[in-house]
Design a protein around this ligand. Structure first.
Ligand SMILES: Cc1ncc(COP(=O)(O)O)c(C=O)c1O
Length: 378
């Protein structure tokens, strides 16, 4: 049953009539989009659009089936090779959604009798991967290597173990202390799997992700991620050793029983990966915008949950305050998204915002005015 607030404000599943760059239109009114994950702002880049169009013209609309049954296409393997090379991995496997890839990065490599140690704040796709694996699950406190050590100390040393983390947490904007986690994984012989959906394209030299940013590429066994954030497409990937990727291809239900990544999706992602490498100005602009936005939020006394990345929450603390803050921003022409308990811990109800390289000075003027208004009204 929708709550009173939900009935009154109807905040989710809005249908926009038009989108152009950082702006969207709803029922004739224009809004600055402040919640999308188009971190590098490439979704309207001419080369990305051209990449999608070219693939569509060459390969048609869809493979209309799974790769195991219908075969892969050259555009799959080329994208996989490009992603693997970018991430410094032997191999990569792409699927039609980040959700599928991230779930398969856990489910394909674990089974009943194994133990999965997981940060309690990971994304829903990881929890589904864990459930499907049938393995035993042990949670540890968010971003806490100390708690992971404690939990590991109570387990059978002989049981096969996998540690599951995110590189950057999508709601909180926190970066995982991967150096410490990687050292623990090595010490205890655990497989280390990182969902880097929000670190890929954002952190590290040239946007190579969180493991690269923290200098622990070789200690992370599996990197999973999404093509729907920095690469401005849809789809997902798992990158690892050749043996692990071959194993995943024959053991992951998420890929065996699901239709392949479509030509247009792959074409856009491939072009965006090339733009990311050829035009470093997008990453530079993203971080310049992020610093500017962060300073603005802090100067207004807002609680940003110590976010260190372009994913920046505004923590309001309860559902009512989150609703009102979100609505004040909307009234002032800024579209954001609310996340309330149980999607976030109790007391952390928030409005999630995200910076993009595409936000302009004109966008900033609207965002600042809206934030000042919302703060004053609370
Ligand atoms: C951390 C994380 N993992 C996986 C996903 C799933 O990716 P996609 O939306 O591309 O399916 C998301 C998307 O929100 C995410 O935030």
């Amino acid at each position: 049953m929708p709550t009173k607030l939900r009935r009154r404000y109807d905040p989710w599943y809005l249908t926009f009539d038009k989108q152009q760059g950082s702006r969207v239109w709803h029922q004739g009114k224009e809004y600055v989009m402040l919640s999308s994950n188009d971190y590098l702002g490439l979704s309207f880049h001419p080369k990305v659009i051209e990449g999608g169009q070219r693939a569509l013209a060459q390969w048609g609309s869809s493979t209309t089936g799974a790769r195991l049954a219908n075969g892969s296409r050259r555009y799959h393997t080329e994208l996989e090779e490009a992603l693997a090379a970018f991430l410094g991995r032997e191999a990569c496997h792409v699927t039609a959604a980040g959700y599928l890839s991230c779930a398969s990065s856990i489910a394909a490599f674990t089974q009943r009798g194994d133990v999965i140690l997981v940060d309690k704040n990971v994304h829903s796709s990881i929890w589904d991967g864990i459930r499907l694996s049938g393995a035993t699950v042990e949670r540890f406190s968010h971003n806490s290597p100390e708690d992971l050590r404690k939990v590991l100390g109570q387990l059978d040393p002989a049981a096969p173990k996998l540690i599951s983390l995110e590189g950057v947490y999508s709601m909180e904007g926190h970066i995982a202390p991967l150096k410490e986690f990687a050292a623990i994984a090595t010490e205890h012989g655990c497989t280390l799997v990182v969902d880097d959906a929000h670190g890929f394209g954002v952190l590290g030299p040239g946007g190579r992700g969180t493991a690269s940013h923290l200098g622990v590429d070789t200690s992370v066994d599996v990197i999973a991620g999404s093509l729907s954030k920095s690469l401005s497409s849809t789809g997902g990937f798992v990158a690892a050793s050749r043996d692990m990727i071959e194993y995943l291809r024959t053991h992951s239900k998420q890929t065996i029983f699901s239709a392949a990544l479509s030509p247009a999706q792959a074409g856009c992602a491939r072009a965006a990966l090339e733009v990311l490498q050829a035009e470093p100005e997008h990453l530079e602009k993203l971080w310049a915008n992020t610093r500017r936005y962060r300073e603005l939020l802090l100067s207004l006394g807002l609680d940003i949950w110590e976010s260190e990345t372009p994913a920046i929450p505004i923590v309001l603390g309860n559902k009512e305050r989150a609703y009102f803050f979100w609505k004040h921003l909307l009234d002032q022409g800024v579209f954001s998204v609310m996340s309330i308990a149980p999607a976030v811990p109790v007391g952390k109800d928030l409005v999630r915002t995200a910076m993009s390289a595409r936000h302009t000075d004109a966008d900033f003027a609207i965002i600042e005015k809206a934030l000042r208004y919302a703060v004053k009204k609370m």
